[in-house]
Write a protein of this length. Structure first.
Length: 275
């Protein structure tokens, strides 16, 4: 495989220019997701640089989440929108010291907007799919199954908004919230049922509100749902003491992001985790 286009390099930091050129080709689709980059020697020849310069550029692209490098094999393009968005959001949250309360509040606002759009753009069949997804949240047994069903419900909700950027934002932040809820509740044998299980009727209310085609009511019902979720996350107890203080929530959020959306790491592969 040859490089589709190797830009002419100018004086300056050569590795940075190679990174930018390959990044542009990946994002434009000239180097599609899943394809393998040319061998190091081919890249070095195409850019007229040394092997170490190419290796440095590949390391940067790997840290950006644009390529995967494993066991010394050729780098593979990993241009997945959800992964890139998740890494960007996680980085902003950690760099700007964003608290858990702000993150959880953002999800409520985003899903309320998604519900508004769904009342206007979702088909009857899509609303039926949302109802089926809501019903699945009542019939799971383990925390893993329950959290997956819950995440799927909000994936479907954001998807029927027919706004791809909004849907991508909602998918990741919903995963964060659900993951945080599982972590704070102690998982299996903990307070997970208290956090999520009892809210099944409220999820049906969301579906009914969207089916009613009233954007104001739908948004209000979603905001009320998220308010209850946050209250329940804050109310869980560990060792007899409330675990959901602002500091405790933010500490748990930071730990979850480091594990599931770290720079150079893999964002949760399940794509159906928290809310």
């Amino acid at each position: 495989m040859s490089v589709p286009h190797a830009a002419k390099l100018y004086r300056g930091r050569v590795a940075d220019q190679i990174v930018e050129d390959l990044r542009e080709q990946i994002l434009s689709g000239a180097l599609p997701d899943g394809s393998r980059l040319p061998a190091e020697r081919e890249l070095a020849t195409a850019y007229d640089v040394s092997g170490p310069t190419i290796r440095e550029a590949i390391r940067v692209l790997s840290a950006m989440g644009l390529v995967n490098t494993r066991n010394g094999s050729r780098a593979t393009v990993a241009a997945q929108g959800d992964t890139l968005l998740a890494m960007s959001i996680a980085s902003v949250v950690q760099v700007e010291k964003v608290g858990a309360g702000e993150v959880l509040g953002l999800l409520g606002a985003l899903n309320a907007y998604a519900a508004e759009l769904a009342t206007q753009h979702a088909s009857d069949e899509e609303i039926a799919d949302l109802r089926a997804a809501a019903e699945e949240t009542a019939s799971t047994e383990s925390v893993e199954q329950s959290s997956a069903a819950l995440h799927n419900f909000f994936v479907v909700l954001s998807g029927i908004s027919h706004n791809p950027l909004l849907a991508a934002l909602c998918r990741f932040i919903a995963e964060v919230q659900i993951g945080l809820a599982v972590k704070m509740s102690g998982g299996e044998g903990g307070d997970w049922g208290q956090v999520a299980g009892a809210l099944y009727p409220e999820r049906l209310r969301i579906v009914d509100a969207i089916a009613g085609r009233d954007p104001v009511i739908a948004a209000s019902v979603v905001r009320d749902y998220h308010r209850q979720v946050v209250e329940r996350i804050r109310s869980v107890r560990k060792g007899g003491e409330p675990a959901g203080s602002d500091a405790g929530l933010t500490e748990a959020l930071t730990a979850w992001l480091r594990t599931n959306a770290g720079i150079g790491g893999q964002v949760s592969s399940r794509r159906n985790a928290p809310s």
